[in-house]
Ligand binder design. Structure first.
Ligand code: URP
Ligand code: ZN
Ligand code: ZN
Length: 469
């Protein structure tokens, strides 16, 4: 199958030009001006942007968490992602304590089997390096294409690791070519603050945010940066929310340390006002780190513009409000942490970032596709539009209005963090490895057609392997 996309405005992290793109089989084979070639299908993209398929480096599909399981599995999550212009994501394979990494990976591979629509890789979330998971096994994971590890410095009694485990994992990563990711919040201090709040009778969702103040994020971010530097490991700080965490990352980067950070869409748009909403509506905005004071919105826009932060993910961890969030109706600490977002990252960042003049189109592509691909061993196979790269392309209509609602979304969550927001600009057609997966408002791909991607080691490139048809 060959597809010729004609006359679109091709946007990469570096380029912006009008051209034709030929996709043969799974890969881009030719880019040029007014290409005179035959193709099985010709798509007129005049007036549209051609963006690389977006790469979401942070999602949680079909994940047991907080006494329940996230609402989206690989089929519903991938459907949401595809409609939002995301064609690759890296999900978290959580090591159940006492389980080897190999066993955990088998469990997560089974979850995607027969369901995957977009392509994905896995990060390993390390919970235990004593029983089950070993340092040796961890060191061997890059051979299976698992080239990043996440460690949780919070969620005491559940996913949290101590500094012993964190530092040992960093030492392994320094040798094995993996990237260390941290959830940077001080879990011990949060545990004290939560108990104090509950003892004082504060049970409502707002106290989720008040017991996880910016200082605990700033402290853990700085600790992780210093420890990673000592161990010689590259570090990626996930879901950065506030000035207290941006500043140590920016300072480390100025010194040339191998530190990167991401924020997530929701931290630009949700705030303490949302989590304080009455009648338990605030529970929709319970995720960690929590929503912050609105003054942090500009801090984050400046950080993504200036490259203090290098990527925007979704941290899609969807629950239903009517059922799952209500597990914490009488105790905020029992509300499952996480929110939906896979479908609306491009909508929201294009409208409020690009259209409203906060970032350039090129920078948007860099933050949503190219940098995540580079940092997580997917580039240049993913994250750009170039000859030889996978045919992952979003034909994006920059002028078409789109209303963000839970009713219109493809996630199984029953709410949307940006409910009722009117944006201008939406994906019109989405290609994943040369196959049209969304067209005319319909999903056109078969569940099971998404591929597991074995990612390259940190700093190494990943080339497409499929032959041009
Ligand atoms: O609240 C969140 N972010 N849930 C997902 C797990 C995590 O910490 O990333
Ligand atoms: Zn986290
Ligand atoms: Zn997460």
């Amino acid at each position: 199958m060959s597809i010729l996309i004609k006359g679109g405005r091709v946007i990469t992290a570096a380029d912006d030009y009008v051209g034709d793109v030929l996709v043969e089989g799974e890969r881009i084979s030719l880019i040029g001006e007014s290409l005179d070639v035959e193709a099985d299908r010709v798509i007129d993209a005049s007036g549209k942007y051609l963006l690389p398929g977006c790469v979401d480096p942070h999602t949680h599909l079909d994940m047991p968490f907080g006494g329940t399981v996230t609402a989206d599995d690989f089929e519903s999550g991938h459907t949401a992602a595809a409609f939002g212009g995301t064609t690759t994501h890296v999900d978290f394979c959580i090591q159940p304590p006492g389980t080897s990494f190999g066993e955990a990976l088998s469990m997560w591979h089974a979850k995607r089997e027969g369901k995957a629509i977009i392509d994905n890789g896995f990060h390993i979330a390390i919970t235990d390096l004593h029983d089950g998971g070993s340092l040796e096994e961890l060191a061997s994971l890059p051979e299976q294409g698992i080239t990043s590890y996440k460690l949780f410095m919070a969620y005491k009694g559940a996913l949290m690791v101590d500094d012993d485990t964190l530092y040992r994992a960093m030492e392994v990563a320094a040798q094995s070519g993996a990237l260390v990711m941290v959830h940077a919040e001080n879990g011990d201090v949060i545990d004290i603050l939560v108990r104090e709040a509950l003892e004082a009778g504060h049970t409502e969702p707002l106290y989720h945010a008040l017991t996880r103040p910016p200082e605990v994020e700033g402290e853990a971010t700085n600790r992780a940066i210093q420890l990673a530097h000592l161990a010689g490991a590259p570090l990626y700080v996930v879901h950065v929310t506030c000035r207290e965490a941006v500043e140590p990352i920016a300072a480390a980067r100025v010194k040339g340390w191998r530190v990167w950070g991401e924020t997530c869409t929701q931290y630009f748009f949700n705030s303490l006002e949302d989590i304080a909403k009455p009648d338990f509506e605030g529970a929709k905005y319970v995720y960690s780190p929590p929503v912050r004071d609105k003054s942090n919105w500009d801090v984050l826009w400046n950080a993504v513009r200036s490259d203090a932060l290098s990527a925007i993910s979704t941290d899609h961890c969807a629950f239903t409000w009517a059922e799952q969030k209500h597990m914490g109706r009488d105790d905020f600490s029992k509300i499952p942490n996480g929110g939906p977002g896979l479908e609306n990252r491009l909508h929201m960042i294009h409208h409020f970032g690009v259209r409203e003049g906060r970032i350039t189109l090129n920078r948007m592509v860099e933050l949503l596709a190219t940098n995540p691909a580079k940092l997580f061993g997917l580039y240049p196979r993913k994250g750009t539009i170039a000859v030889g790269s996978d045919g992952d392309i979003v034909v994006f209509d920059p002028d078409k209005p789109y209303l963000v609602t839970a009713e219109g979304q493809h996630s199984r969550s029953d709410y949307n963090l940006y409910e009722g927001t009117e944006v201008v600009g939406t994906p019109e057609l989405v290609l994943r490895r040369g196959e049209i997966i969304v067209e005319g408002g319909e999903l056109t791909a078969r569940p099971g057609s998404g591929q597991f991607i074995r990612r390259a080691r940190f700093g190494e490139e990943l080339r497409a392997t499929a032959p041009v048809a």
